[in-house]
Design a protein around this ligand. Structure first.
Ligand code: UDP
Length: 452
């Protein structure tokens, strides 16, 4: 019905879209989505190696999609012979383990050579079903995008892709001594950008980067802010200050300490070294603070940080602050919530961050954040209200930001209360509903395309 033709600029989260006969609605939503996560499993512990925000993103999104009636099957590479071929993660969410290459000993950089084997495994799983088993493919990170391209084409369904990180953006702001992403990845990402029916960007800034660096088609870029699990990451029911005291006693931390916290994968890109240098600066100016500062670093080595797993410990020793830094291996998210609640402030001096879930999680627990002014962090942190944004990576600037919390401990509670309110706008239910609407828009376009 051509007379029903409308401009899709008014619909969904797509910035600009092609014409359609009627607006898409809930009936256009897929029944089942094949989600691809080749290089890291949603069942892995985030905070070390290749497991981080993307794993959390997939788990939370899949569960929320299933809760609104969209089944999700997540394909990931099997990394142990002991794994079952499929595991139910939650009602309506299945993780399928695909054998592709040796189980152990493969780095992410080795995986392009295993993509054929992985695609074969996905096709075999699909062959056991009736046609139309999957209505849509949603791939995460460029390696999965390549498998997604082929699967979507073979099944005649749309491909939705999320980059999570982009080689060109990463290479433009490398930490000193970090290894640049190879040209093969840049090329691979460009191919996926061209093949995808929709590209999901975490923020408007990431959408712009897709257009600027990868020449993405504006009509195919949709912005969906990731969420935070607000049931898990929340202030203590007794309030931010009482909650901090309770979390400190649960973790065996001193009640009166200044606690700047780092959480995340230990790699040059995340710049935990900047925090340690800033603490050394702070202590040089305020020697009295040494007796009452604790700097927890929660997470494990990852990326080029794997080459020097002891590098950060050595730096702490060189800076003469080994006695105040507390290294802790990655922990489950319920325990992590206590680390956030216990902290005076979370510090995230990253060189590049497509969003930075840790920043929102800490705020949701009532803890302010000092973050580098990069990537999605200016969206995650309200400068001057829920924390502070610092331009660049000079440790003296981070020391200056930290001194505000050291000199006025009540600032953590004041800003933490604002932070908790700010974080409430980032629920996963909203992210899942926006994603489901975007799926509907893409499927709707496909149907119209077939009609015309
Ligand atoms: N994380 C965790 N346990 C840890 C450290 C981190 O579960 O000990 C999780 C954290 O809750 C967050 C994710 O790892 O959801 C890191 O995401 P972020 O976007 O901050 O960084 P990425 O790893 O994607 O670069």
């Amino acid at each position: 019905r051509l007379e029903e033709l409308q401009d899709s600029r008014t619909h969904g989260s797509t910035l600009v879209g092609p014409p359609r006969l009627r607006p898409p609605d809930a009936h256009d939503r897929p029944r089942r989505v094949a989600m691809l996560s080749v290089h890291t499993s949603p069942l892995h512990q985030p905070g070390t190696g290749d497991a981080g925000g993307m794993n959390v993103y997939i788990v939370e999104l899949a569960q929320r999609l299933a809760a609104i009636g969209i089944e999700v099957e997540i394909f990931t590479r099997a990394t142990s012979a002991a794994l079952q071929p499929s595991v139910e993660l939650a009602p309506g969410v299945l993780v399928r383990h695909v054998a592709a290459g040796p189980y152990e000993g493969l780095a992410k950089e080795d995986l392009p050579a295993q993509l054929c084997a992985f695609t074969h495994g996905v096709m075999q799983a699909w062959a056991g079903h009736r046609p139309g088993h999957y209505d849509l493919v949603h791939s995460h990170y460029w390696l999965s995008g390549h498998v997604g391209r082929l699967a979507a084409q073979r099944w005649g369904v749309p491909l939705v892709h999320a980059m999570h990180t982009m080689a060109k953006v990463k290479n433009a702001s490398l930490a000193e001594g970090d290894t640049p992403e190879p040209a093969a990845r840049v090329l691979g990402e460009s191919q996926v950008v061209r093949a995808a029916d929709r590209l999901i960007a975490n923020t408007e800034k990431e959408a712009e980067e897709l257009l600027r660096h990868y020449d993405a088609d504006t009509a195919r870029v949709a912005v969906v802010h990731p969420g935070v699990n607000l049931e898990r990451f929340r202030p203590d029911a007794r309030g931010v200050e009482a909650g901090r005291a309770a979390a400190r006693s649960r973790l065996g931390l001193p009640q009166d300490a200044m606690i700047p916290l780092f959480v995340g994968r230990i790699q040059p890109l995340k710049a935990p070294d900047v925090l340690l240098r800033a603490v050394a600066e702070l202590l040089a100016e305020r020697p009295w603070l040494r007796e009452r500062i604790v700097v927890p670093v929660v997470g494990g080595p990852s990326g080029s940080g794997l080459a020097r797993p002891e590098g950060l410990q050595k730096l702490a020793a060189c800076l003469g602050i080994a006695d105040v830094v507390l290294f802790r291996p990655p922990v489950g998210q319920d325990r992590l919530a206590d680390w956030y609640r216990a902290a005076s402030v979370l510090v995230m001096p990253s060189y590049s961050e497509s969003f930075g879930l840790v920043a929102v999680e800490a705020q949701a627990c009532g803890t302010p954040v000092i973050a580098a002014e990069v990537g999605g962090l200016p969206v995650a942190v309200k400068d001057g209200l829920s924390g502070a944004l610092v331009p660049g990576h000079d440790p003296r600037d981070y020391a200056a930001a930290l001194s505000g919390f050291a000199d006025d401990p009540a600032r953590s509670t004041r800003m933490g209360e604002v932070a908790a309110r700010h974080a409430r706008s980032f629920g996963w239910d909203t992210a899942a509903a926006t994603t489901a609407d975007m799926y509907a828009a893409v499927l709707h376009e496909r149907r119209l395309h077939r009609i015309s």
